[in-house]
Write a protein that binds this ligand. Structure first.
Ligand code: PMP
Length: 277
């Protein structure tokens, strides 16, 4: 497996990260996960836009402009012979003796690699169970930073409960899941939390909202409560790796009749069309 390290292609053994890397000390960095379908990056422009936004907010200068980086990732996919899977890419503020302020001579460290992954066809068809949990993250959830401890604890909570994922809420207002966005369907309308500082602005979320509009469905980007979640006709999550996955139970109680919903199915079908290029 070949890695991208700065602007070079290297083996894992050649990839040397300093123990003083600020990613290691502080989680001082940002990342992206791209989906690869048929050897091609899906929604690359949107991912790079978010990457630039996250890096700019943390004031991490990017070692390569997105145009060049796109070419490097395409080459990485080719070198690794990846057809279906993901590309993980991250940049940290680089190495310096441990001290909170930015180092004077910052040299950001970038790396990326590919992973083979199949589409989660089974859970997309059958749906998953979910459990709810208080969202304890900071107030810039729109930035895709390496600080994922609350997400890690949330996902582990789901695993401990034998659930497929965790639905996060702030004081009863549903935000998103540990690594995906969440939408409900009520009386034919698709409802999801607005893209503000409390959620990650998911690329799949944006695609699915466009598709819903294309189907003539009413789309409402407005906060909804745990009570509304429990009373929903349909619940589904969206994300780069989960695509559109139905949620069929919340805290052990079935959503509606406990089967994936009709509108969820239609959105899955529409999504399918966007990836069969
Ligand atoms: N929310 C969180 C917290 C995530 O980690 C992810 C996965 N990147 C998403 C939502 C979904 O975003 P996307 O559709 O861009 O993968």
């Amino acid at each position: 497996l070949t890695y991208l390290y700065q602007d070079r292609f290297v083996s894992k053994e050649e990839l040397q990260i300093s123990p003083e890397d600020r990613g290691y000390y502080f989680g001082d960095g940002v990342y992206e996960v791209f989906r690869v379908y048929h050897g091609r990056l899906y929604e690359a422009a949107a991912h790079f836009e978010r990457w630039e936004k996250s890096a700019a907010a943390l004031r991490i200068p990017l070692p390569l402009p997105s145009g060049e980086l796109t070419g490097r990732l395409e080459e990485l996919i080719r070198i690794n012979g990846l057809s279906e899977g993901t590309v993980y890419m991250q940049v940290t503020r680089g190495a310096a003796p441990r001290s909170h302020p930015f180092p004077a001579d910052t040299k950001p460290i970038l790396m990326a690699y590919t992973t083979e992954a199949r589409r989660p066809l089974n859970t997309m068809k059958e749906g998953i169970s979910a459990v709810t949990m208080e969202d304890i993250r900071w107030l810039r959830c729109d930035l895709k930073t390496l600080n994922l401890l609350p997400n890690v604890l949330a996902k582990q909570h789901a695993v401990d409960q034998g659930a497929g994922d965790v639905i996060l809420h702030r004081n009863g207002t549903v935000t998103e899941c540990s690594a995906s966005n969440i939408m409900i369907v009520k009386d034919g309308a698709v409802i999801t939390h607005p893209a503000n500082h409390l959620i990650l602005h998911g690329i799949t979320r944006a695609v699915v909202l466009r598709l819903a509009q294309g189907l003539g469905l009413s789309v409402r980007e407005t906060p909804f409560t745990l009570k509304e979640l429990r009373a929903a006709d349909e619940v589904f999550i969206t994300g780069t790796t989960v695509e559109v996955t139905p949620v069929i139970s919340v805290d052990g109680v079935p959503v509606a009749d406990g089967r994936p919903g009709e509108i969820t199915r239609r959105l899955q079908n529409e999504f399918e069309k966007t990836i069969s290029f």
